[in-house]
Ligand binder design. Structure first.
Ligand SMILES: C[S@@+](CC[C@H](N)C(=O)[O-])C[C@H]1O[C@@H](n2cnc3c(N)ncnc32)[C@H](O)[C@@H]1O
Length: 295
């Protein structure tokens, strides 16, 4: 007797993508849900849209796309995570901007999903690594302007960007990693993210605010902006950097906070902080603050 094929030809996989039916299946394939013609934001159908509105991404992204080379930076983001976010907020061929590009996690993400991109980065070393990754992976390379974002953003055409996605230096995290290490004299893997040494939190917040103020004109009206930020525990105190950063960005006219997506990075190793005397949290999540430019 012939076995029935009970596979669900329209199942949505973990990535929110429609699973293709097997080539062997004799059953007529149902059509994929059509894109709503009113959807000017992205290329997601209703089921995918619903999946991606969730506020927790509980996902470990693979250490691929020349991870070892990119990890010289120490603060690099998984390109596939960036591609997932880019697909929520753009359509094919839309253009993204990352004013703090590092080794280009967001630009690689854009190439993975058929979008265009432009970046700005202070340190040429990170741009060179990005170029090398593109070459080795055969991915489209987008321009990264070398210099301070605050000086270079004005040269980016007004309303030419569909989505800003960026990852700020986490206050004094790079210096902290160095001092916390047993080998304090060894150079931190995180290197130097900030233009300035050991800023106060207020100085850091106003520097970050300036970058977003200077980015605003590049974004189309009703376009979205995603900002990665991690909280930290320092000096016997929890620093809610995500809340503080979202407050200062919300002070910028026309930027409205729309969501806080938590990325739970399951690959993070747990250390025994504080044991057996006091509770100290192990930060295994990061925030992705979502803003919209509304005029
Ligand atoms: C957290 S890292 C971004 C990492 C990036 N998401 C990646 O995947 O590689 C922040 C980057 O911003 C850069 N940066 C800091 N201040 C800057 C500024 N004022 N202008 C341009 N780049 C800056 C740092 O050199 C650093 O590489």
């Amino acid at each position: 007797m012939e076995k029935k094929d009970n596979s669900n030809t329209q199942a949505v996989n973990l990535f929110g993508e429609i699973k293709k039916s097997s080539a062997k299946s004799k059953r007529p394939t149902k059509k994929e849900p059509r894109l709503d013609p009113r959807n000017k934001l992205n290329d997601l159908n209703g089921a995918e849209w619903q999946y991606w509105t969730k506020t927790v991404l509980n996902k470990q992204y693979p250490s691929n796309l020349q991870h070892k080379l990119r990890s010289q930076h120490g603060g690099q983001k998984p390109p596939m995570l960036c591609a997932d976010l880019i697909k929520i907020f753009t359509k094919k061929n839309h253009k993204i901007l990352d004013p703090l590009a590092g080794v280009g996690g967001s630009l690689l993400g854009a190439a993975l999903c058929g979008r265009k991109a432009i970046g700005i980065e202070l340190n040429k070393k990170w741009k060179d690594i990005y170029s090398e990754v593109c070459r080795l992976e055969g991915l489209e390379e987008f321009p990264i302007i070398i210099g301070d974002a605050n000086d270079n953003l004005k040269d980016i055409k007004a309303e030419s960007i569909d989505f800003i996605i960026t990852d700020v230096p986490y206050w004094i995290m790079d210096q902290l990693k160095k001092t916390r290490s047993a080998a304090a004299s060894r150079e931190s893997k995180l290197s130097k993210f900030n233009a300035k040494d050991l800023q106060t939190k207020e100085e850091w917040l106003s520097e970050m605010k300036a970058i977003f103020e200077n980015s605003k004109h590049t974004l189309k009206n009703n376009g979205y902006m995603a900002v990665f930020i991690g909280d930290m525990y320092r000096g016997k105190e929890f620093h809610f950097l995500s809340a503080e950063l979202s407050r200062v960005i919300s002070e910028i006219e026309n930027f409205t906070l729309k969501s806080d997506i938590i990325w739970h990075d399951d690959s993070k190793m747990l250390h025994i902080y504080g044991y057996p005397f006091a509770y100290i949290p192990s930060m295994i999540h990061q925030h992705i603050l979502i803003f919209r430019k509304e005029i």
